[in-house]
Design a protein around this ligand. Structure first.
Ligand code: FE
Ligand code: FE
Ligand code: ZN
Length: 295
């Protein structure tokens, strides 16, 4: 069974229940959410009564909580410790985010490893390792999925070597894994038309069993462009067939596939139509129009 969904919203009043309803409206059996706005760290209290309703709605629809993924806000940067107060804030915030996930019963949290900004890359990666080792506790039922990054600016985690280094230096190894992002891989220089070769290398270096999520996005930019701008499925430089081969790759069959493709005209979510197209395995060149006309 294909495990597929998209990024969905999470609002303070409807919380996980709102997210589940949105995911179901797209025909999803998985989804990813932020516990608040991705670009800030304001977070509300979790209401357990709402969580109970969300879990029962999921049960009614055969949606598995293991296929629900939280994404840490992307402003949390564990890589730079020049401003110690900021570094400590990032660590505290991530610790609280882990506790929110545990409260919700969500096991997987995607994290952008961080950006070196003004310090050297090796030191910056060691800061990420230090922070994760400080934050993770032996009893946490959580897996932090380090996302493969495009290489924009001073981003870290932009190749197998950097991701491997972080994982190799984490003490609680069962609490770290990887989230592949097809747009980021393409932009960092991985040719998605040779995805199986990439998986072979990943398996040799890190282990395929470490992959806990795949972000399926087309890219607006060419291979190796280091840009990170997502495109709708089949409308970018990766292309429909290459993305279908990732989505239906048997070695990743048990891993949730999550779309983070752009809204149409900044207001219409494309996910219902994209998921339908993926399930049919047939590219719909009229997708954008169909979304606008809600066919
Ligand atoms: Fe991400
Ligand atoms: Fe992503
Ligand atoms: Zn991205």
């Amino acid at each position: 069974m294909l495990i597929i969904g998209s990024h969905v919203s999470y609002k303070n009043d409807t919380q996980l229940l709102g997210s589940v309803k949105e995911a179901l409206s797209y025909g999803s059996n998985a989804f990813m959410f932020y516990t608040g706005a991705p670009q800030n760290t304001k977070r509300g209290e979790i209401n357990d009564l709402i969580t109970v309703d969300a879990l029962s709605l999921m049960k009614d629809n055969n949606m598995d909580l293991l296929h629900v993924i939280c994404h840490a806000p992307y402003i949390v940067n564990l890589a730079n410790n020049l401003d110690l107060e900021k570094y400590q804030f990032a660590m505290n915030f991530l610790r609280q985010e882990i506790e929110r996930c545990i409260t919700l019963g969500v096991r997987y949290m995607v994290l952008h490893p961080g950006s070196a900004t003004s310090i050297n890359r090796d030191e910056a990666i060691d800061n990420i390792v230090y922070a994760l080792n400080k934050i993770l506790m032996p009893d946490d039922d959580i897996v932090i999925l380090l996302e493969t990054m495009a290489g924009k600016g001073t981003e870290l985690g932009i190749n197998i070597g950097e991701i491997k280094y972080i994982i190799d230096h984490i003490e609680l190894k069962d609490k770290v894994g990887v989230c592949l992002d097809t747009c980021h891989l393409n932009d960092s220089g991985v040719d998605i038309s040779k995805f199986n070769e990439y998986l072979d290398e990943f398996d040799r270096e890190i282990g395929i069993n470490k992959i806990g999520c795949v972000h399926v996005n087309d890219s607006k930019n060419p291979l190796g462009s280091k840009k990170d701008r997502h495109e709708n499925i089949g409308f970018g430089t990766i292309g429909f067939d290459n993305l279908i081969n990732v989505i239906y790759n048997e070695r990743l069959a048990s891993v949730p596939k999550i779309l983070e493709t752009p809204y149409i005209d900044k207001e219409l979510p494309p996910y219902k139509h994209e998921i339908a197209m993926i399930r049919e395995r047939k590219f719909n060149e009229n997708l954008i129009n169909d979304i606008i006309e809600n066919k």
